[in-house]
Design a protein around this ligand. Structure first.
Ligand code: NAD
Length: 429
């Protein structure tokens, strides 16, 4: 789990808080689209933000109080959707920004949700399992006045997981008096989770890479891939790309990376990780150790940043040798680096498109929960592919028509869909 992840916290050298950063992005996309100023004003505000205090009894009998947030940025296109983060650095401004980016991500994918996010200012590593469960249950009961399967559906984010979602689902069900599996996604399969959810982010990244190669007339087979970060998103993406015949020549994790011109055996890497090891323990003929910085500059065709934000910057963007970057991570490329990459004709698949497989299969999980009928994994993957293919095509066409990079094109698609929904629904009263 990445501790310091702040979704899309694309900070430039000017220090801004994440919400200010989000509003700078909104300014530029609105200017490019000549967005109605009234609609822009509406999108520049969160619909609702709830701050709660979470008192819990600690194992030693003392009482501790934590602060938690749930923010719904926009619900014009459907119920609010977004993860819950447990991290000591969580702030209301960060949660607001993350909720805004969720609105964009759901809109660009055509998933019928608005955006939300939640967080608790806590270091979960300092809590026992019992304390974490009590924290999660009290937080859920405090925000139960605004969440619900038809209102706002949380999911896991940094330092929360399927077990956290199970506690949330159970607590909400106790509050309303019946079992409500559709209140959260990313649940264990046994209580209404979806097959394919765990692999969805990495799989979605692969679908958009396939689309891009097809569109650009490039050959996937034997293309060389470098993957930074070998966690859920990175390792699954590496495995699926190597299954497609691409050569994974470099991977890394927080301890550093390994490189091999002939290609690395991804199954062997997975075995090392499954035992709690680091990819740096991988050995073999022609295998060399590299740093994370070297990985980003490795000679390859496809670079998949799948770890932290702010990895490709003004400083190293000129040395990136890949012809395509697929952002599995949120916010790995700074705005300054974006300009350099665009001028150098590096094709960037932006995070709100490339890593949206996770929220897309969350949507499919919610659909299955509501109808209480569960699909085979192939059905889930097929639907995911349909949605990813369509989103890629739409964004690609806008980028060609408007002569902008894929990131701005994705933001334009998203904002125009949100604006349309606001216009059609009108302003109440
Ligand atoms: P994870 O915790 O499973 O894996 C993160 C990996 O990054 C680990 O291998 C870790 O060792 C590595 N790492 C940490 N610090 C590093 C560093 N300095 N240099 C290189 N590698 C480093 O996390 P994840 O769920 O795979 O998330 C990775 C990124 O993908 C995050 O930005 C996250 O927001 C984004 N993302 C994940 C999902 C999802 O469903 N998992 C969905 C959307 C976006």
């Amino acid at each position: 789990m990445v501790l310091k992840t702040a979704e899309n916290k694309m900070q430039s050298h000017v220090e801004r808080n994440p919400w200010q950063m989000a509003m700078v992005q909104l300014d530029s996309v609105a200017a490019k689209m000549k967005l109605d100023p009234g609609i822009k004003k509406k999108i520049a505000h969160c619909k609702r933000a709830l701050i709660v205090s979470i008192p819990i009894r600690m194992d030693d009998g003392s009482i501790e109080v934590f602060e938690g947030y749930r923010v719904q940025h926009n619900v014009e296109r459907g119920p609010a959707k977004g993860g819950i983060r447990y991290h000591p650095d969580v702030t209301l401004e960060e949660v607001k920004a993350l909720a805004f980016w969720m609105t964009l991500k759901c809109a660009v994918m055509g998933v019928p949700y608005g955006g939300a996010k939640g967080g608790v200012r806590v270091n979960p590593k300092e809590l026992s399992i019992g304390e974490l469960e009590r924290l999660t249950r009290r937080f859920t009961s405090e925000i139960s006045i605004i969440i619900g399967p038809e209102k706002d559906i949380p999911a896991p984010d940094v330092y929360t997981n399927p077990q956290t979602m199970a506690w949330m689902m159970d607590t909400y069900s106790m509050v309303v008096g019946y079992s409500a599996p559709g209140v959260v996604t990313g649940k264990p399969i046994e209580i209404g989770g979806s097959l394919g959810r765990n692999e969805a982010t990495g799989r979605g990244v692969v679908y958009v890479i396939q689309n891009a190669f097809k569109q650009l007339g490039w050959n996937l087979k034997d293309s060389r891939v470098a993957v930074q970060g070998f966690g859920n998103a990175g390792s699954i993406c590496a495995k699926l790309l190597s299954d497609l015949g691409l050569k994974v020549i470099a991977v890394s994790d927080s301890k550093g990376g390994v490189h091999c011109d002939k290609g690395l055996d991804v199954s062997k890497l997975n075995q090392i990780k499954a035992k709690g090891g680091s990819v740096t323990e991988y050995t073999g003929n022609g295998v060399t150790r590299i740093t994370n910085e070297e990985l980003l500059e490795t000679k390859c065709d496809v670079l998949v940043p799948a770890a932290l934000e702010n990895q490709i910057t003004e400083e190293n963007a000129r040395r990136v040798q890949a012809k395509l970057i697929a952002e599995a991570a949120n916010g790995p490329t700074t705005p300054e680096a974006d300009k350099i990459l665009y001028d150098r004709e590096v094709f960037v698949l932006p995070d709100i498109l490339a890593n949206a497989g996770g929220v897309t299969v969350s949507y499919l999980e919610w659909v299955q929960d509501i109808q209480a009928y569960f699909w085979k994994e192939e059905d889930v993957n097929r639907r995911l592919q349909d949605i990813m293919d369509k989103a890629f095509q739409t964004v690609y066409e806008v980028s060609k028509k408007e002569r902008v990079d894929m990131r701005l094109a994705a933001q334009m698609v998203a904002v125009s869909r949100i604006a349309k929904a606001i216009q059609i629904r009108g302003i109440f009263p």
